[in-house]
Ligand binder design. Structure first.
Ligand code: GLP
Length: 254
């Protein structure tokens, strides 16, 4: 394991996605061990799959309870009902929630079928504030550098809102759908300011198709061209990647 000791972002490169999943699940478990009332921010996409599997194993083997934990997700497709198999709500239940003892009332995801996305967004921010903010937010990164669904062009000050997905994201996410035309074109996502308020952030990236985004996030000017670059301004953020994702910036991780 190569580890950089500068304060933030901390940069950790591990061999492959299995090691990334084990390390990330241990970080989340450490948070739950320290505080059983933790508020954990969660992400969807293929990257955290294995992390959720490890967390389920830990839940069983260490009897780590989620009964008092609250979770907050980054985003949800707009126009997709929570029971639809393509919704992020469905994903979270299938990947994690159905296998741990979390209480339904402690799960927060945007309502993708609201007729009033402005009110939904405002309410989502209020709910996050009311539960005391996020202790640790696990996030992924899009191949274009997006975090949540904050696409390139998103402001550092952005808050939860309805957004249009970029063509790159629609193409990337089409692998989960029968046809590209089936991919939703809008989503409700928390903003960059919302993510930056988390007390700790853990960004995961695995695979070669994330190498350009990771390089841009760490080395290009901080700004809306690469939304993940804003994370460099966070006081406690870790970039946890595998060797393939670090390919274009190996020296950052040495
Ligand atoms: C979606 C999610 C992001 C996630 C990204 C990467 O766009 N909104 O939160 O980081 O997918 O997905 P994957 O891990 O499948 O590459």
């Amino acid at each position: 394991m190569a580890k950089n000791t500068s304060k933030s972002p901390q940069k950790i490169c591990l061999k492959n996605k299995i090691e990334v999943a084990k390390f990330s699940s241990e970080m989340i478990d450490q948070q739950l061990f320290m505080n059983k009332n933790s508020v954990i921010g969660l992400a969807t996409g293929s990257t955290p799959h294995q992390t959720y599997r490890e967390l389920i194993k830990i839940h069983v083997s260490r009897q780590r309870s989620w009964a008092q934990v609250k979770t907050v997700n980054l985003d949800e497709y707009y126009g997709v009902h929570r029971n639809n198999t393509q919704s992020y709500n469905y994903y979270m239940h299938m990947q994690l929630f159905n296998y741990i003892d979390i209480r339904k009332c402690n799960i927060l995801l945007p309502n993708g079928t609201t007729s009033d996305p402005i009110a939904e967004a405002k309410n989502y921010e209020k709910k996050i504030t009311d539960i005391g903010g996020i202790d640790l937010w696990l996030i992924g990164i899009g191949s274009n550098g997006h975090i949540g669904f904050n696409e390139p062009g998103s402001s550092r000050k952005s808050r939860t809102r309805l957004v249009n997905l970029s063509d790159t994201t629609i193409t990337d996410n089409s692998r989960f759908f029968d046809k590209e035309i089936d991919v939703p074109t809008q989503a409700i996502t928390v903003g960059i300011a919302t993510i930056m308020e988390a007390r700790k952030i853990l960004l995961l990236a695995t695979g070669k198709n994330k190498s350009r985004a990771i390089n841009a996030a760490l080395n290009e000017p901080i700004g809306p061209n690469c939304p993940a670059s804003f994370l460099r301004q966070h006081p406690d953020c870790t970039f946890l990647v595998d060797e393939a994702a670090a390919e274009l910036c190996k020296s950052d991780f040495s």
